[in-house]
Ligand binder design. Sequence first.
Ligand code: C2O
Length: 570
Amino acid sequence: MEPLNAKSSSLFSFICLLLLASANAKLHEHEFVVQATPTKRLCSTHNAITVNGQYPGPTLEVNNGDTLIIKVTNKAQYNLTIHWHGVRQIRTGWADGPEFVTQCPIRPGESYTYRFTIQGQEGTLWWHAHSSWLRATVYGALIIRPREGEAYPFPKPKRESVVLLGEWWDANPIDVVREATRTGAAPNVSDAYTINGHPGDLYKCSSQDTVIVPIDSGETNLLRVINAALNQPLFFTVANHQLTVVGADASYLKPFTTKVIMLGPGQTTDVLITGDQPPSRYYMAARAYQSAQNAGFDNTTTTAILQYKSAPCPAKGASIKPVMPLLPAYNDTNTVTAFSRSFRSPRKVEVPTEIDDSLFYTLGLGLNNCPPNFGPSQCQGPNGTRFAASMNNVSFVLPNNISILQAHHHGIPGVFTTDFPANPPVKFDYTGNVSRSLWQPIQGTKAYKLKFGSRVQVVLQDTSIVTPENHPIHLHGYDFYIVAEGFGNFDPKKDTSKFNLVDPPLRNTVAVPVNGWAVIRFVADNPGVWIMHCHLDVHITWGLATVFVVENGFGALEAIESPPEDLPLC
Ligand code: C2O
């Protein structure tokens, strides 16, 4: 054999390095079979739509840098897509999932395989159906640990538990939303909140399968809390224990300690909890944070039990009642504000300081006048109207025969327009007493176009139309910095000076303060079509959404990949 010359040996070592670097990035293949599964909660059984018969669905556990390949087969009777909430999907927008935005739905009997790689994200994300209200039962956790051989930026927890907060209807949730769409009224609220799919001890027929979260004296454990509820921001607390927040939305945070956390739907929060209390049983509990006025809401409380391993065994037949925590009042906005103001990135970060696209989006509810061809039974909103919602007065309408990404990629006209306004079409006192003439939005499939690499700022401004409300605004395909939040109308003259451009938190969902605003910044470095919407499903149903079309940059590495062969047809 010939001796290796210098050139080929350096090539050889380069290849070895490459192999080493990718050697510990793994491939995870899964099959998700979506099907109706009889599920008993609150004394009655419903045919819940599940993944592989599990509710909640399977937890996916990966390391940063790993690739997921998930074949989804739709054996249910509804159209379906799955979204990997918070995954950046760099150049793989075809795997993002929102129906009619990045793909046509998977029809009953069909399959589609989602392929994507986790790049530079660590912590807790989740996945859920992104079609109608199917995510009521079709959801699960996505745990991303550091690359193999790398550590958490905090002491390694002894145990890790997923705490998935959900919402349960004692009905078919698809019927609930269909009825609301027919009548124009607000949909029925849920009948229970759940932790890992179970309502817990405070509900009828539920105490046999209350979730137990184990802990041992002296150990510190990680709780990965996810708000997977459809329509309700939730407070979460654990009796007698402090929570140390270390991450949110798969980005680390400068640790801080609190008694209670609040998550809008879509948000995740990683907290450390230490077994420093007398060995016993303590409730962890979640209930509503309700900021909207004159609106019905589910005011029940879900619980699980934090149980010390060394807790004294209950005598046969008897059982020690777990300690119940105090929860904030339903409308305790002060607690929410104090909590969100504690968020910092762990260190100085690179926030864009020059802005190319400076956007101001109002968001809120509205009312549509009853169309002339509609009967009274179809206009059951306030004063014979139908509920609506909008951003910058545009109520978002999904296409129904092709996705926006396909239309953009293949240059198919007539599917969407790129005239989404950068500013509200009319300026008014957004959080004041708004004239009724401004309550009715227009409808459209309007996108805002961004050049590759554009530095973007969006002011998200709540309105008091119908009611002010805390809206969890979620952007697909990106994490963004939340540089400021406040109440009232955003005022560029006095509020810009309050921006945190040093260590703002990085998230994918911002809970925009009720009657207030939040300012987010990101660099549009991921080409594709990305929906930004309120994560209260009732508000998406009413149109509280918009899309960004991010153009390709130069060369293949700045362009979205080609569509997969099995992309569903409409
Ligand atoms: Cu978690 Cu568009 O969704």
